[in-house]
Design a protein. Structure first.
Length: 348
């Protein structure tokens, strides 16, 4: 074999793997059947794994062979299954909770996964494809289908567990008395901030579905006495009186036009000199390749779901300016560098 045919073969194999029809589904099957947990729990033969996962032993053996090649499992000298490093990441109790983002038993996960083929149309049309695929826009679908909404809220709670400690540590909350969390979901992010900063009062704003679950979340964290919950759209006038209007992981869900409408509502409620704080991903060429790939992947997902987008610092600056906000700072969160705080002040 010549050098060029060797590198050509490597490139072909790389492309075959990148465009695999099956690999993403093999990983999802492992996650849904909890194969990593079962192997860790001692089911280290194919027959035992099949018995405990309720699967066909021959088909499961073939799936396990493929998952071994993908790097999730290894076989010992005695021919028993053991977890490889990638498989460890799919344990249910892994702190990143990746397994649950792939679990096909979760209605939200399943619906989003099965919509991913819509990317082609999203690129052709330049906008969301959810409505064409499912008959309603992403957010209307969530209100109409409580199982979908609950699944989404649970995924958001898991995301929030990853970034809310970083938001809590990454901003000088001693300068704030009253924070309004706009699109604050079930209150998970707020609970972390309030729990660490006992001087803070808060208002949580979101649609009726997510805020219905907020009372329990706030009470369990013993912060309900410091938080008012408001069920409304953030496209309507927002409660006034906050020192900071926080939008965590929310503006990226929306087009520039809709994002500007939301930011204008924040600016009106905050008043001149008031602050608006975004926790979002910031597109930059300076991040490492894996981080850039993650952010560009989320960007495409946002395009498909809801015509949303990830933005560069310059795009955040311009977006703020259209809503009467002056951009004052952007900094990556030290404990969660995939996300940054984008800070604005309302122009006087
Ligand atoms: C990606 S989630 C982020 C949730 C929360 N900020 C967090 O950190 O966990 C976006 C939130 O925006 C809310 N949302 C969507 N449309 C809304 C609207 N028109 N008015 C208020 N909230 C809305 C959703 O219900 C959801 O809770």
């Amino acid at each position: 074999m010549t050098d060029s045919s060797v590198s050509n073969r490597a490139a072909v194999l790389q492309l075959v793997q990148l465009s695999s029809r099956l690999d993403p589904w093999a990983v999802r099957a492992a996650a849904t059947l909890r194969l990593p947990d079962l192997v860790a729990d001692g089911a280290d033969t194919t027959s035992e794994l099949a018995a405990r996962s309720g699967t066909d032993p021959d088909a499961l053996g073939r799936l396990m062979r493929h998952l071994r090649i993908l790097g999730l499992f290894r076989t010992t000298a005695a021919g028993r299954w053991e977890l490889a490093e990638l498989g460890e990441l799919l344990r249910d109790d892994h702190p990143m909770r990746i397994r649950r983002t792939l679990d096909q038993a979760d209605h939200y996960v399943q619906k989003v996964d099965r919509s991913a083929h819509g990317l082609l149309e999203a690129v052709r049309t330049g906008g969301a494809v959810w409505e064409r695929l499912h008959g309603l826009s992403f957010w209307d679908d969530m209100s109409a289908d409580p199982r979908f909404g609950r699944g989404f809220d649970a995924q958001m709670a898991r995301h929030s567990a990853l970034y809310s400690p970083a938001i809590t540590r990454g901003y000088d909350w001693s300068t704030v008395e009253h924070v309004v969390d706009v699109g604050g979901g079930t209150g998970r992010t707020l609970v972390t901030i309030l729990g660490t900063h006992p001087h803070l009062r808060a208002t949580l704003v979101d649609l009726p579905g997510p805020v219905a679950g907020a009372a329990t979340v706030l009470e369990e964290a013993d912060v309900a006495g410091r938080c008012v919950v408001v069920a409304q759209s953030f496209f309507d006038p927002l409660p006034p009186g906050g020192d900071v209007y926080l939008l965590a992981n929310t503006v990226h869900d929306w087009s520039d036009e809709d994002s500007a409408r939301i930011l204008r509502r924040c600016a009106q409620a905050a008043g001149p000199g008031g602050r608006v704080l975004l926790a979002d991903r910031v597109v930059t060429d300076e991040a490492d390749e894996a981080a850039q790939a993650f952010v560009s992947g989320v960007d495409l997902l946002m395009l498909m779901l809801n015509s949303g987008r990830e933005r560069s610092e310059e795009e955040f600056r311009e977006l703020g300016a259209t809503a009467g906000l002056r951009h004052t700072a952007t900094h990556a969160l030290a404990d969660y560098p995939l996300m940054s705080l984008v800070e604005y002040v309302v122009e006087g």
